[in-house]
Design a protein around this ligand. Sequence first.
Ligand SMILES: [Ca+2]
Ligand SMILES: [Ca+2]
Length: 198
Amino acid sequence: MQLVGKSLIAFILIVIVVILMIFFSINAPTQVLPQKDYLQSFESGHNFTFEVGNHSQFNVTFVPHEGFGEMFRLRWRPEGRDVQETILRLKQSLNRSIEGDIHLYIKTEGKGGVMSFFLTETDNDVWIFYTTIPMQQPYDGDLLIPLQNLSRAHWSQGDGNKSFASIKEFAIEFFSDGDQQASMQVIYLDDIFVSTTG
Ligand SMILES: [Ca+2]
Ligand SMILES: [Ca+2]
């Protein structure tokens, strides 16, 4: 009889726990994920233009990216010794404001060089972010580019005031120079977006 009583109590406790688990799973606060405001997902309209240095060769294809449709595959062969010779720049026209940090997916082999990302205002101020992080060693993931880390490029022609209210172009470039020599490598890009919390 005592055993039956203990089993009953155990059963009732289990029922209570299960009811509580169901209750809290239904009422759990939904996580607020950042929304992706895409600049480029490489799904359609591959509307990039390229600028290429004299000693830079490249080949572009689009390949499957599991869960993300297609991605941009760049085979880059920089043979010169300075920025002007080796640069490979992808540019895309925009007509919009940018109101959050930039994210992009990048996968590299880590064979050197420098990467930069920049936004050009309609007044021709250029705001740029340089990094060697995905270039110095193999990288596979999201790269965050905080808007506040963009600084004015020396070739800017605008009023010098930083404003992202009217952006006419974004660009991503890779180059090799004396300090950060790059060799032939394959780089993948995808999922270029502005994060918003709306
Ligand atoms: Ca994609
Ligand atoms: Ca400006």
